[in-house]
Write a protein that binds this ligand. Sequence first.
Ligand code: ATP
Ligand code: MG
Length: 578
Amino acid sequence: MKLSCGFWQTFKEVPNDAEITSHQLLIRAGLIQKANAGLYNYLPAGYRVIRKVENIVREEMDKAGCLELLMPVVTPGELWQESGRWDKMEGLMLKFKDRGGRDLCISPTNEESITDVFRKTVKSYKQLPVTLYQINTKFRDEIRPRYGLMRAREFIMKDAYSFHSDKASLDEIYDRLFKAYENVFKRIGLEFIAVEADGGAMADGDAKTHEFQVVAENGEDEVIYCPKSGYAANREKAQTKRKATDFIKTDAPIEAVDTPNAKTIEEVASFLKIAPHHTLKSVLYTAIWGEGEKAKEKHFLILLVGDDSLNEIKLKNHVKADFLLPTQEHIIKDMGLVPGFVGAYNAPKDLHIIYDAAIDLNAAYVTGAELDKHYINFVPNRDAKAENVVDLRLAQAGDLDQKTGEEVIIKKGIEVGHIFQLGNKYTKALECTVLGQDGRPMNPLMGCYGIGVTRIVSAAIEQCNDENGIIWPKAIAPYQVHFLTITKKGAIDEFAGGMYQEIVDAKLETIYDDRDLGPGFKFKDADLLGIPVQVVLGERDYAKDEMIEVKSRKTGERVRVKREDLISTIQNFLEKAQ
Ligand code: ATP
Ligand code: MG
């Protein structure tokens, strides 16, 4: 592409709403353009990157034996009503009616559609397993679209779905796609971790699910990772052990003491001159099942070691609630509790108490009593019925891997892929059956496998940039070579044009900066766009000794070569680039 065509533009200014590096660079380098909140025009150079990502994904899916198809972006409401998600996905899903008054939506995901395709096609277990995939546009009306392509409303996703007659087959394909995902992210050149993910409250106990997280400071997810043992889980799901804690053992009886105005753990611990982990933190939640008049609710008091915090996802999965609401003033008032002074001892009967598994039930703690008072020497096993013990704490950096005892760390991650064993949830809901081996109809098991194609573009920039701009991993760079001239328009145009053609003829994807601009602008733009190899033709240099400069965007390494060595040098630089 010749830049003199004038369409490609770069920007010096950082757009107001671009909070993170990748968003800023995508806009500044002229790769995308905002159309509306969470909606982007993929401009020519940006779309080349997207297509490269798509091609890598496609090749690896095909290699894993998956079949590509394409389903409509618009899906009928009836399918979502069959699965029960028409109401559940309210908000996230963009719904509308056609001229005949029929309900439609723009797909946020396609489990229903694919199950419909499958049930219209496959009749017998003999046609299984099969894995189908598409690369297509999705729309999710995200509450907070932000960070450019990272959390957009419209985005490109590769979604695959597998169908099986038994769990062994599901496991086999799951593992195969796990490997295909590893290949995809390795080929793109990203540093990633595959982590155990949360399967949600409805997931079957042995249903596997993993996320592929690209390690990046601006990631929205937190990953718990043990470099020594290799344990890795989304923090929402992570189960770790607290480091050995000096819990207090005593025979002293429980006793109420004054703690005027001391409400928070810090205030109580500092007032009583004790460590926070010698107190119990009380957290109140209301779990709700069903909606409207039929809704049922239960109130929970969760007790945690004072310096721990609650993992809401674990609580929601444990109580299997549809909704979970943190403390509301009305429960406190109805039950006569005083915020900041709630404890497990003599708690109201309709409050369901759960002890976090990290609490030593035979140790003594400080716990809330009544206004301006706390109990000291509260021993759960002695002073209350501590029956309900569940792992509900949020994993922390410095915790220990439950299996090996090695220390874990926290890293920020961007979820670029997610694989999930769905079981027969959708085939059952959509009454999709095939003839089983025993001659009876059965609901096939399903797996689903997503990759955020456009999110990968943001993730790659988050990982690969410097103060001057993007440094594309070779596999997804919009072009391989950025050829620019330092010369006045006209002087050696013809000669430079010939050289550009020579590079193109060598099958190197090349951008040619033939604009009538000073070298400063051209170099800045080249660094901003981040093509792996830069080739610089200086008029004076060339006139002197016919030498051309080849430079690596990433390492800054540069050499001056003769024209006959140009192509081999570029190829050499590309080989070395990641
Ligand atoms: P998140 O937790 O980030 O909202 P999700 O878990 O809801 O994502 P999935 O349903 O697992 O997303 O979708 C598969 C993949 O699609 C994700 O792993 C992610 O890479 C991508 N994706 C999801 N939502 C968005 C979005 N709003 N913008 C861009 N990519 C997205
Ligand atoms: Mg996900």
